[in-house]
Design a protein around this ligand. Structure first.
Ligand code: NAP
Ligand code: SF4
Length: 688
């Protein structure tokens, strides 16, 4: 038996200020939406306590503004009164009871405000904001610094172990630091020393308000990835000044929300930016935390062992699996439910003012609604279909104590995720299948592959059937086409070598974009697992990512930007849709722009308002805005959506068998993996 892996650097305690942390895992700040929800304080306490129980060393809460001007949206809570501090007391108390530590993040969003009260160093609207902020007066600045100090004192009163000051990702303190957002000519702007003044003053006043004991984490941007961002010399000078003013720990941030370079999306290779924090070694003596796309204990261990940082900040990975640290410590890393960096249930939701959760762990932020408890009565449950919905249902039902049989007609589990993991930049989807496979084994779920169960058989042997039979691609309906000229998306993704050099993709939904990215990827065809997350090709993938997005990590340029390296796509592609609007409207809020940028860089031509007339030897015949055209393509790939597969539902009901139909089998439109996994999980919980 091989020894289970251990993570000696990751799991080593560290003392910062007077506070001993049990390991090097820092849970990074994420606004969950529970902050504004009814009963939010108790729900936040349950949410963070579960992460502390799972072994996290230090938790940083979601950002809270020290005053009302600094909130993102109207209706968001700020942290600015004794009453609010009292309501917070349950949160640090719950975390401390589980042996963890927790600091409250103070975040004033400045010009990122989505309301009319927004203020900023200068009246400059950000490209991602709806309104131009008002330039702060001297009085506003004094008032705001005072608000930070008061909020820090209140955080200590509430029982937090200190605060984190958010000075990265383009928020107010960061705005003061850079020419990009600060054009002031008074002592709060001008040269680098003037632009730094607000940040340093803020640290000093917060330290004075809290006293010497509590932690003061300073979230400092070490790479701005915007034009007119900071130089390395300015970043180093700020780190030194932060140390002198009373910071306890530097938590390295990457980029602004308005950066046109991806920093946390799935196509960012794991730990792509982790080395940048290391450049502060020798500049300051403070401990350093590094972050961004670190979702695996082995990756975290390696970068700590190399000396890139003293702590590793992970936010989304701890949404995906609250027990990440415990599983790593027990040598059960293969049971970690890995964050696949999709953003679909977390940041995309948060940016729209909705409650955050997690695609692969829908229980995240529903800890009080879905408590972990066994079912009152163990039932015999059949789950039919081992795609994401069926896998979630089978695992959850088995966790509840039911006896579960999972039927899958094909010879492997995974369903649509098997296709997704073949798309460049979505290799992490393979991790979800590894997780489910391992959980099925551990929970003793009986897996019957290659079996199309009949309704009588299912009804006879089970008390309840969860039907998760998924979807089938919608047929194109154009009648006969020359052999091999029209392919479905399944064939195009599984066998891209069958696709010619000139391609029309019909349907510009999520799958149409996926297929366009795959077919134009210069390195397409790599095996699943050989991309962003793979160790074997990690350096190559990282260098390619940095070069194609124009990123330099050595501090040579202001903001860390250089000219992107052009890509040579292997195919000429048209991506078509019937709707008149620009393609890609329905893509994720935080990832849609990246996907459009990738296709634009590769010269993919997008056509909207198209009607299709058929395919022959000449190509694809269509009408665009009343004009007849023929796209002379070798291959047409049909990505026109799906139909549900629920053939068993009627016969099962006729036999009187209780059935719950979930995911694509229930409704194929508006389907995504978030809904599929959530519905599968809910169906299992309702059996209790
Ligand atoms: P989809 O989003 O429904 O897109 C299919 C598109 O095909 C439609 O938008 C429609 O646009 C077009 N279409 C429908 N019927 C057609 C017909 N008979 N002839 C020609 N065109 C037709 O479906 P999908 O792309 O297959 O994706 C399935 C689900 O998975 C979606 O919910 C999607 O969000 C999700 N998904 C998400 C991602 C992601 O990265 N977030 C990736 C893959 C899949 P027009 O009628 O305007 O042409
Ligand atoms: Fe990670 Fe996606 Fe879950 Fe967000 S929704 S935590 S990105 S797996």
């Amino acid at each position: 038996m091989p020894e289970p892996p251990v993570y000696p650097h990751l799991l080593a305690p560290i003392t910062i200020g007077g506070l001993r942390l049990r390991n090097r895992v820092l849970m990074g700040s994420m606004h969950t939406g529970l902050e504004e929800a009814a009963g939010g304080h108790a729900r936040l306490a349950a949410f963070y306590a579960e992460r502390a129980r799972g072994g996290v060393g230090l938790i940083v809460t979601g950002g809270l503004s020290p005053n009302d001007q600094g909130v993102h949206w109207d209706g968001m809570r700020s942290f600015d009164s004794e009453q609010e501090a009292q309501r917070h007391r349950v949160i640090p108390a719950a975390v401390h009871a589980e042996g963890g530590a927790i600091v409250l993040q103070l975040l004033h969003c400045g010009r990122y405000a989505h309301h009319a009260r927004g203020v900023a160093p200068s009246a400059l609207r950000s490209p991602v904001s709806p309104a131009t902020p008002r330039a702060m007066t001297e009085d506003d600045i004094e008032q705001t610094l005072g608000d930070y100090a008061r909020a820090a004192r209140l955080a200590c009163l509430a029982g937090y172990d200190g605060v984190e000051l958010m000075a990265s990702e383009g928020y107010l303190i960061h705005q003061f630091l850079t020419l990009r957002a600060n054009r002031r000519e008074d002592r709060w702007g001008g040269d680098a020393a003037g632009r730094m003044r607000f940040a340093v003053e803020c640290i000093a006043r917060v330290r004075a308000a809290m006293g010497p004991g509590p932690l003061l984490v300073f979230r400092l941007s070490v790479l701005d990835l915007v034009e007119d961002g900071s130089t390395w010399e300015e970043i180093a000078a700020l780190a030194r000044a932060a140390e002198a003013a009373g910071a306890s720990l530097i938590n390295a941030g990457i980029g602004w929300h308005e950066s046109r370079v991806p920093t946390i999306a799935a196509l960012v290779p794991r730990a792509a930016f982790a080395t940048v924090a290391r450049r502060l070694r020798g500049v300051v003596a403070l401990p350093l935390a590094t972050s961004n796309r670190i979702n695996d204990p082995a990756v975290a261990e390696a970068l700590l062992a190399r000396g890139d940082a003293d702590l590793v900040s992970m936010a989304r990975p701890l949404l995906a699996d609250a027990a990440f640290v415990t599983k790593a410590a027990q040598g059960r890393a293969d049971e970690i439910n890995t964050c696949i960096a999709c953003n679909q249930a977390c940041i995309d939701e948060s940016f729209q003012g909705r409650l955050t959760s997690c695609m692969v762990n829908p229980r995240a932020c529903r800890e009080t609604e879905w408590p972990s408890q066994a079912a009152r009565r163990s039932r015999r449950v059949a789950v039919v279909g081992a795609g994401p919905a069926g896998l979630a249902s089978a695992v959850t039902a088995a966790e509840q104590g039911h006896r579960v049989t999972l039927y899958e007609a094909s010879d492997r589990i995974g369903g649509q995720f098997r296709l997704a993991q073949r798309i460049p930049g979505k290799e992490e989807f393979a991790q979800t299948l590894r997780y489910f496979e391992r959980r099925l084994q551990r929970l003793g779920v009986e897996l019957r592959l290659g079996r199309s169960a009949s309704a009588p058989e299912l009804a006879r042997a089970h008390d309840h059937v969860v039907l998760a039979t998924g979807v089938r691609p919608r047929p194109h309906g154009w009648g006969a086409a020359p052999s091999g000229r029209v392919l479905g998306y399944v064939e195009a993704i599984e066998q891209p070598q069958r696709v010619g050099r000139r391609v029309a993709i019909v349907g510009a939904g999520g799958i149409g974009f996926d297929v366009a990215e795959l077919l134009t990827d210069p390195a397409h065809g790599a095996d699943p697992g050989q991309g962003a997350g793979s160790e074997a090709s990690g350096d190559v993938v990282r260098s390619r990512f940095l070069a194609t997005w124009g990123i330099e990590l050595d501090g040579q340029t202001r903001g860390g930007l250089v000219a992107p390296r052009p890509e040579t796509p292997p195919r000429e592609v048209w991506l078509l849709q019937r709707k008149p609007e620009p393609p890609g409207r329905g893509l994720g809020k935080t990832t849609g722009w990246i996907r459009r940028a990738v296709l634009a860089r590769r010269g993919v031509r997008l056509l909207s308002g198209v009607s299709y007339e058929g395919v022959d030897e000449a190509g694809l015949h269509l009408m665009v805005q009343g004009v007849r055209r023929c796209l002379e393509v070798d291959t047409v790939v049909f990505c026109g959506g799906q139909e549900p597969v629920s053939d068993l539902e009627g016969p099962l009901r006729a036999l009187g068998c209780p059935v719950t139909t979930v995911g694509g089998a229930r409704a194929a439109t508006e389907l995504d993996a978030v809904r599929a996994i959530r519905e599968g999980t809910e169906a299992a919980l309702e059996l209790a």
